[in-house]
Design a protein around this ligand. Structure first.
Ligand code: GRF
Length: 213
């Protein structure tokens, strides 16, 4: 039975999590401001005190908070997980948008927002999950790569695919030039996917995500 998410009668509230520059957050915030995404960013959270994403949010008067990740390097510890979940629930978030958040989400977090967490990854999944996906693609010699927006499940970059955009790999590409073009593609794809979800225009049946409009 397909499951639809997204609502049309109330402002759809996003909670954005990031560890870095926040260019995808900026793309989404700009698309909202331009009337292309019927949503608002309710809160931005980061595990890095001086992450650019927090600065970008504050400039836009969006509540932005650093929450310490705890003792692990690649995931949140249990207390931190609870703090993130509390902050997102307090902000009455409908959808959790990961935008360069460098930690794997687990147990309580996934349960609290089941089916309502999305991520963007810089490759055409299921190829090249994990770190530096653009470099993996270049080293492998593929001629086409891209980016993927997907639901987050307990695996690494393994959830159901919502949308993908291709980027050609050019003969003279370096990891940096390829990464730059993938980033540009991400800035188009992510707002489109968030808009489709906010409008209730996608439904999910197992691994298959169908765009109903
Ligand atoms: C993006 O390349 C995204 O695919 C990956 O992390 C990066 C975040 O970049 N998950 P930014 O912080 O949005 O600029």
């Amino acid at each position: 039975m397909p499951v639809a998410i997204g609502r049309s009668f109330q402002t759809f509230r996003l909670g954005v999590l990031g560890s870095g520059k926040g260019s995808n957050f900026v793309a989404i915030a700009d698309a909202i401001a331009a009337g292309q995404v019927p949503a608002e960013v309710a809160v931005v959270l980061s595990d890095v005190t001086d992450a650019g994403i927090l600065e970008h949010a504050r400039k836009r008067n969006i509540p932005a908070q650093f929450i310490a990740p705890g003792k692990f390097r690649t995931k949140l510890d249990e207390d931190a997980e609870d703090s993130y979940v509390n902050a997102l629930q307090k902000a009455r978030v409908d959808l959790v948008v990961l935008a360069g958040f460098m930690r794997v989400l687990k147990g309580n977090f996934l349960r609290s927002f089941e089916g309502r967490i999305i991520n963007i990854h810089p490759s055409l999944l299921p190829s090249f999950p994990g770190l530096e996906a653009w470099k993996q693609a270049l080293d492998h010699g593929v001629k086409v790569t891209g980016c993927t927006v997907h639901f987050v499940d307990a695996g690494v970059d393994s959830g159901a695919i919502i949308g993908q955009q291709t980027v050609p790999v050019l003969d003279h590409d370096t990891p940096e030039t390829l990464h730059q073009r993938i980033h540009a593609a991400e800035h188009e794809l992510y707002p489109q996917c968030v808009a489709a979800i906010a409008c209730g225009n996608i439904s999910v049946a197992g691994r298959r995500v169908v765009w109903t409009k």
